[in-house]
Design a protein around this ligand. Sequence first.
Ligand code: TXA
Ligand code: MG
Length: 327
Amino acid sequence: MGSKVLPGNHPESIRLAAEIIRSGGLVAFPTETVYGLGCDAVNPEAAAKVFEAKQRPAFDPLIVHLADQSMVETVAKHIPPTAIVLMDAFWPGPLTLILPKQPGVPDLVTAGLPTVAVRVPDHPVAQALIRESGTPIAAPSANPFGYVSPTTAQHVSDGLGDRVDLILDGGPCPVGVESTIVSLTGATPQLLRPGSLSLETIQSVIGPVDRAASAVEAMHAPGQSARHYATRTPVTILSAPGAWPVFRGGERRGLLAMSEPCELAGRFHAVEVLSPSGDLREAARHLFAALRRLDASGLDRIYSEPCEETGLGRAIMDRLRRCATSL
Ligand code: TXA
Ligand code: MG
């Protein structure tokens, strides 16, 4: 299955991509977090194609991508002061806000919810595409539903092939894990998905943010199903780096190490090191590509080291846990 790939930094590619968006087609494009599978956010038929291409269940709403803050009022209303503070502080950037929606946003995009998810991506190709299209772009991550998110154009074409009309190649995504999602529809801001903008950073600007108390509550962020971002190969998270369990004989094992692993003594058939120096930013950037390489290595099981759950580490552990949850 071939898919059409063009360099994202050529004006000609952007013009063609924008034409595809305006005529109801699908364009995969890079953002700072992961690649998105984009369509015209106010065209319900185009949105239906996104769900079909990803095999995504209709209860899982899409994030609407805007070129800048001035576009927010075209899709959202009753924008509270806290939202303005957050937008001023973190847009463009990996923060998605949940706000009451405008009637013009199709129900399919919001999965029938009265709210809409909005963000302004911090990536020149994404920005150029939205501007040239002249419409907000609804985009989930550009992977088959449930699988590891794509951080390169190759990942997109591996997963979606010719189900996408065009892929804009912008190289590897500089951040590598998805945006942080905060709902501003209740009395206090609520974290619906930890992501690449850390909770600490958000709280330093707006004060306390509630966290979804349980997996059940987190399900109210539709699409936050337990098993998501998952490899086909089962994943076990170690209790600490080097805390090896009793391995089964003959098992083909892979290791996802956060930093330079301690002595391995030939225990693993494949090893991926996310950041030799133990830097969480570097680890986040490499996480999904490393998981995909391990998943393609014919292993029986992937063992993953844990990382500390502060800053970006919260998002990394969230993705690993969803990967490790058994079906
Ligand atoms: O970094 C990102 O956010 C990437 C890039 C492409 O922008 N996008 C992304 O989209 O991760 P996706 O579809 O994989 O995840 C979007 C999630 C949904 O699964 C859902 O949990 C939440 O956003 N969401 C969207 N609309 C919502 C709404 N109205 N209320 C609550 N949660 C919503
Ligand atoms: Mg996704």
